[in-house]
Design a binder for this molecule. Sequence first.
Ligand SMILES: O=C(O)CCC(=O)C(=O)O
Ligand SMILES: [Fe+2]
Length: 281
Amino acid sequence: MDSATRKMNRLTMFIYRNNKFCKDDSNYKTGHHQDHHEPRRLSLTSLVSSSSVKPPSSPTRRTIDLGHGSDLIYIQRFLPFQKSWTFFDYLDKHIPWTRPTIRVFGRSCLQPRDTCYVASSALTPLIYSGYRPDAYSWDDFPPLKEILDAICEALPGSRFNSLLLNRYKGANDYVGWHSDDEKLYGPTPEIASLSFGCERDFVLKKKKLQEDSSHEKRGDDGPAKKRLKKSSRGEDQQSFTLKHGSLLVMRGYTQRDWIHSVPKRAKAEGTRINLTFRLVL
Ligand SMILES: O=C(O)CCC(=O)C(=O)O
Ligand SMILES: [Fe+2]
């Protein structure tokens, strides 16, 4: 075989393997995504220099009316698959993740996931579960600005100036029942939630009138269940599997009238990174 043929064969193999991978995106469901190293030809510099974050054709957008002025938008393939892995790797490596001690139901405990907070300067600080994260600057992480631009383009008229990042390092990491109804977001916050990596369930449950309005944030499942009247599945509960590269937007009175959680899932072995963009008023 001459060298030109060898070159051609290598090129054909490269194209074949990449296409095969693009079509087969099933292996990240349980977080076994080691294959994603194969097609990552995009350099990190292209993360900030190219404008290819925008999907080539507009992905399908589902609106879910929760009733009484609450609704959700779900866009499954908001970011392209491989680009999403490039973001995942950047965030996994470059975000200064911490696992803080928080207070839940009067007790101190380690937050069951890693976190980081990014916000524009001089905003009212965020405090949840007795924890006040230091805010990093958007300038520290240029790819986050790129993601923010893509979200703003998809949601005309929406504004975001802060971002809470969460990293779930396997099946036992979770976020308990809570709503993001802190005063600093106003009465009808819009929260845009972008997911990367291992798929996890995101469950919403309608608040009951009996619920104690001063409930603590992001607790474990037990006490929240006790305070809530038993909720029948159906209209009062919604569940989504948040896919790699997907965008979920919570709007209207969703934070006032609903609680949400990402429960532990034995089969979710891989790492998941979630970004929630918010507007501090
Ligand atoms: O990880 C998620 O999908 C949700 C995170 C969340 O609810 C929060 O940070 O308030
Ligand atoms: Fe939340």
